[in-house]
Design a binder for this molecule. Sequence first.
Ligand SMILES: *Cc1c(COP(=O)(O)O)cnc(C)c1O
Length: 424
Amino acid sequence: MKDLLEKGIKLDQLDELKSFRDLFEIGPGLLYLDGNSLGRMPLKTKNTINSLLDEEWGNRLIRSWNEKWLLLNERLSSKIAKIVGAHAEEIFVGDTTSLNLYKLAFGSLSSQSNRKKILTDTLNFPSDLYVFQGLIQNHFPDHVLEQVKSSDSIHADVDALYSALDADTALLSLSHVTYKSAYLYNMEEVNGMAKDAGSHMIWDLSHAVGAVAVDLNKTKTDMAVGCTYKYLNGGPGSPAFLYVSKELQEKIANPIWSWFSHQQAFAFDPTYHAHEGIQKFGISTPQILSLAAMEAGLDITLAAGMEKIRNKSRMQSEYLIELIQTYLLPLGFLLASPMDTDQRGSHISIRHPEAYRINRALIEPKNQTIAAVIPDFRPPDNIRLGITPLYTTYQELHDTVIRIAEIIRTEEYKRSSFQDLIVP
Ligand SMILES: *Cc1c(COP(=O)(O)O)cnc(C)c1O
């Protein structure tokens, strides 16, 4: 068993990305495995925000729009485009993932009046399902939402998705990496299936971008949305992005008409004329503080390179599964992520009937000498252990699993003093 610790230490020494950890704020006494919900803060972000406050807002005031801020969206779009394998003119940065999904799904359904089905599966993120339910209820009453079932709640049933794609399907939408089990779809294969059926496809990249290699152009992707505060380390609630392929851009309209989607925002034309490029998906004045906070995280990801990040994520997740098999399965845990590394993103889910209390005991250890561990809990009984290769170490993975085992053996999770939290 000691071998696994030695193996982890050795892998940390050999890790070609190990110096990237130094680019993040890392406090003592905390093992952080929740970068799939909120990434750590790049040290550089503090300087960026401080100088923005002092100089750009504090001193230059409105002059900063011309001097700096109106260039920010374009610069961030081209950086995100590099990370996801797209052209800069196919990426809009701003708003939120759910709002961007709403805009694209609305535009997609409106452009195809003869097809009435939205297809997804039971592994998709609830907020995405709410967006589709709301679109049907409020705007597309003749449409239906069909959800293909995953038989084990871990793997997608791609054959069943294929059978469900028919001449009535307007839109197929899935999370590239599913939020609970981390199942990873073969993007090119699913895009091909959707195209054969004549359906549009929207990927939600929130749990994938910055963690797995994504090449939207090469895989012939129609549309995508994604979040930047998880593996891209953009900061709490940082703006999202959307992608529409050049081929589709003309067909997909933004249902929300506003000055920032107008051909000329500052012409103050009383009549709306939609912008022709990707900027038509804008709505409002860009959120400069949050956009600026995102840039350091993107730069770090680009400097490390997605291929190396994915490679380390694969190795770390395999090491973590080995630890889970050795220490946790004998204590009653189940692995709730795919075993096949090619079918898995960058977090591992485990299940236990006492998952909620185990998670709370990890976060609030009973005494101060024990390092806190932050994973996250997803109902009813999942603990997700997120791996962010830019800063997660192999030893952290080892120590986390040992700590979980200790909580079970000492029954520390039976402590009754946990308070109810809004974010579990
Ligand atoms: C995190 C996440 C979101 C976030 O949505 P917001 O609208 O930005 O809050 C959306 N979809 C998926 C799959 C996610 O993992």
